[in-house]
Ligand binder design. Structure first.
Ligand SMILES: NC(=O)c1ccc[n+]([C@@H]2O[C@H](COP(=O)([O-])OP(=O)(O)OC[C@H]3O[C@@H](n4cnc5c(N)ncnc54)[C@H](OP(=O)(O)O)[C@@H]3O)[C@@H](O)[C@H]2O)c1
Length: 210
């Protein structure tokens, strides 16, 4: 599949690299491709502007900073997102008041819903925001199955994303429901942050036993 991964942080690197290893045609989107190459050296996948990356893709992954997500997707262009699956991994973490970060949207709204409202023609699926970048693409490294979630209004888009999650090795994908259920996945972050502090590592995940 032709996939654009927007964002060049830990998540963008991990997800773009693994999807390319799995045989997908991946282009990474960034604000300034030359600056990104100068910073990181050559990338294993092509690097383009957000708009160019999204234009050539069948499926787009948002792996950008939560405070910049709406701006970045605006740069990618609504027309380049229309009728496409938009996998949203971002979290609305606000570090402006120091650590631990707070959520800039919560309770009655979520970043996933804000993205869906801003880009109504895209099929937004919130997923993978509840675990560390390395575990997103190598869940087997925990040595036992763990759980991930999908939230979105379009059943077909969630099916496409669930197949991609299976390719990445996720054995337990829980469909939470419509995009408003992204509130639950995003509001897990305050607990995730305390768990990381207590365990001293980001290498852990939920396993929902039922
Ligand atoms: N790190 C994790 O393990 C993890 C786990 C779960 C979820 N998440 C979520 O996944 C997303 C990506 O996380 P990350 O840790 O890879 O990276 P990040 O530092 O949160 O940001 C990722 C990218 O956002 C882009 N960006 C565009 N405009 C920006 C602006 N105005 N200010 C800051 N960044 C801007 C940058 O890409 P360019 O410079 O290339 O444009 C940057 O590399 C975040 O929303 C995060 O909350 C992260």
């Amino acid at each position: 599949m032709k996939i654009a991964v927007l964002g060049t942080g830990m998540v963008g690197k991990a997800v773009s690299g693994r999807l390319a290893e799995l045989g997908h045609h991946v282009t990474v989107g960034t604000r300034d491709p030359d600056a990104t190459r100068a910073r990181d050296g050559e990338w294993p996948t092509p690097v383009a502007t957000y708009a160019d990356a999204a234009a050539g893709a069948e499926l787009v992954v948002n792996a950008t900073n939560g405070q910049a997500t709406l701006e970045v997707l605006g740069l990618a262009g609504a027309a380049n997102l229309a009728d496409k699956v938009l996998v949203d991994i971002s979290n609305p973490l606000d570090f402006s008041q120091g650590m631990p970060p707070t959520l800039s949207v919560k309770d009655t709204d979520s970043l996933g819903e804000q993205v869906q409202r801003a880009f109504p023609d895209a099929h937004v699926v919130k997923t993978l925001n509840t675990l560390n970048a390395d575990l997103m693409v190598h869940p087997e490294s925990l040595g036992r199955p763990s759980s991930v979630f999908v939230s979105g209004d379009d059943a077909e888009a969630k099916a496409v994303v669930s197949r991609l999650l299976a390719e990445l090795g996720h054995e337990d994908v829980i469909d939470l429901g419509g995009i408003e259920t992204a509130r639950g996945a995003e509001m897990y972050l305050p607990l995730w942050l305390r768990l990381m502090g207590s365990l001293g590592t980001p290498r852990f995940n939920l396993h929902v036993v039922r």
